[in-house]
Design a protein around this ligand. Structure first.
Ligand code: ADP
Ligand code: ZN
Length: 523
């Protein structure tokens, strides 16, 4: 151990930073000592140094797997500027360039090699690496190895070979995706089950978050920009479609703002121009689809609005995370409509994706809806999506600052939970609502559910209101949606005191009333 370079020394000498941040030091020490592990850090959290420093401290070559050629080239360029001998090996190199890199590798001249996953796992590459001393493997964007979710990349499928073929070389997997299922999947795929998990907090306390049902979108945006913009800094307005992004930009210009538009359908020159103007530091507003994201480094984005429901808490978090990088206060507003929710559900159903994928997407969507319709601190729910328990309400989101009007929904909650239990925890929301509403569908008849005491006890509320009640119970943690199977509802331990009448349930009046089409909620 003593012949290894001291990490803090390397950090200062090579990278010019006075000290490590957050978990970096712990991760680096672990890796320098030869340990493997998984690192979860939000974007901008400083993942790169977690593997770059140990690669430089340990003898041998640091091999970094990265999914995007542009990202590799960026990092390699930055390293070379710090005089670190680094190179990127990927499919866009011509044979001469690749040969030159191999020559440098064989002569031991490189310290860091960025490589695309398919290149790395090719037998040719593995065989040559066998003969070399490897300091560590870093698997960046490690969530790409997981089939759970929408980031899976088939090129990552071969990576389990690293654990088999190089059992003594430390493997460090890094990701900014922290939903618990993805984490478990990464650990399994990369053979990291027995290794430590380094989890940084995903909280961004300087971002104030709020959500409102979309009523008069432009009025709501106007108010938001006025209160959040305050003249300086930039703003981002994420829109659900290209057309809406264009219309929003146009409208913002009419309102006297310096507004830009960005979406995947623009000509490359227009994209570059939009990026450049956004980066320049003026008080611009960018109306964009989610295509605008990668490489936004502007630290003073003061507000981020969504005019449509994002498809998952992870996406929303990523997008609002582009605000307030300078650590100063930033505002996030989410507008959503009941229509968005059904449309998104419908799209998933029609998508032609494998059933497993659809289930995952559905679950993420429902989690997003739960945040939008929450009656309790939104930050707590959001962090829970990343497997983080925040013990106290944040005191800074719209719900904490301005609690919504609640009604005692205990009876409605009990009816719903008991319908779930009586039908045997085997059914999704649609069927449970049919039972509550006393509908004799084929499925109800097939299972004899019209004979249950709960059959028809929910006629006092329309279907949509029951869905609202269920979503709020999910948001409050009394009900789980088991997406691994068929989206069946399963009460959690928190449901028991509710059913026994020991724990009252408060529901948001606005949401059940909106959903309920004006009918009164149960007393
Ligand atoms: P991530 O990959 O997690 O998104 P990066 O590794 O790109 O994050 O780091 C984000 C920024 O933070 C970079 O500009 C990096 O130079 C800076 N940074 C990371 N760690 C430190 C540190 N210990 N001291 C100072 N700056 C740091
Ligand atoms: Zn809060």
């Amino acid at each position: 151990m003593q012949d290894y370079a001291e990490p803090v020394e390397v950090l200062r000498r090579v990278f010019g930073h006075p000290g490590f941040r957050g978990l970096q030091e712990e991760v680096v020490r672990h890796a320098v000592a030869g340990g493997s592990g998984l690192v979860l850090m939000p974007t901008g959290g400083g993942k790169s140094l977690c593997f770059q420093v140990p690669a430089l401290c340990r003898p041998g070559l640091g091999v970094v797997v990265s999914p995007l050629i542009a990202l590799m080239e960026d990092q390699v360029a930055a390293l070379r500027q710090q005089d670190v001998p680094a190179a990127a090996l990927h499919s866009e190199l011509d044979p001469d360039e690749a040969r030159a890199i191999w020559r440098d590798l064989d002569s031991g001249q490189l310290k860091l090699l960025y490589v695309s996953p398919e290149r790395l796992t090719a037998e040719y590459t593995l065989a040559r690496l066998d003969a070399m001393r490897i300091a560590l493997f870093a698997i960046d964007e490690a969530h790409c190895v997981s089939q759970w979710g929408h980031h899976f990349r088939p090129e990552y499928r071969g990576l389990p070979v690293l654990a088999e073929r190089f059992p003594r070389v430390p493997r460090l997997a890094l990701t900014a995706t922290a939903d618990p299922r993805t984490v478990v999947d990464i650990q399994r795929q990369l053979g990291l089950e027995e290794c430590p998990l380094f989890r940084a907090s995903f909280d961004r306390p300087n971002i104030h978050i709020a959500a409102e049902p979309r009523e008069a979108e432009r009025g709501q945006l106007r108010r938001f920009i006025r209160s959040a913009g305050d003249g300086a800094g930039a703003g981002l307005i994420y829109c659900g479609t290209r057309r809406k992004a264009e219309q929003t930009a146009e409208w913002l210009c009419q309102e006297g703002h310096d507004a830009l538009v960005f979406h995947a359908g623009l000509e490359p020159a227009a994209k570059r121009d939009a990026h450049r103007r956004f980066a320049r530091g003026d008080a611009v507003i960018m109306a964009a689809t989610i295509a605008f994201g990668m490489g936004i480094d502007r630290p003073d984005v003061r507000y981020v609005a969504h005019t449509d429901l994002p498809r998952s808490p992870e996406s929303w978090y990523q997008e609002i995370g582009r605000g307030g990088r300078d650590g100063l206060p930033a505002q996030a507003l989410l507008l959503y409509g009941a229509g968005d929710i059904s449309l998104a559900r419908h799209r998933i159903g029609e998508s032609g994706a494998p059933e497993e994928q659809k289930r995952v997407e559905r679950q993420r969507l429902e989690a997003m809806v739960a945040i939008a319709e929450s009656a309790t601190c939104r930050r707590q729910i959001l962090l829970r999506c990343f497997g983080e328990e925040a013990p106290e309400p944040c005191g800074r989101c719209d719900i904490c600052l301005n609690p919504p009007r609640l009604f005692d929904g205990t009876v409605a909650a009990q009816k719903l939970l008991s319908a779930v239990l009586r039908t045997g925890r085997r059914f999704g929301l649609g069927h449970v609502v049919d039972v509550l509403r006393g509908k004799t569908t084929a499925k109800v008849a097939q299972f004899g559910h019209d004979q249950l005491p709960t059959f028809g006890v929910g006629r006092d509320l329309p279907d949509a209101a029951w869905r609202g009640v269920a979503r709020q119970l999910v948001a409050q943690g009394a009900l789980d949606v088991v997406v691994e199977n068929h989206g069946e509802l399963v009460p959690t331990d928190a449901a028991r005191p509710i059913l026994k009448g020991e724990q009252p349930v408060m529901l948001r009046q606005d949401l059940v009333a909106v959903a309920g089409g004006g009918r009164s909620a149960p007393a």
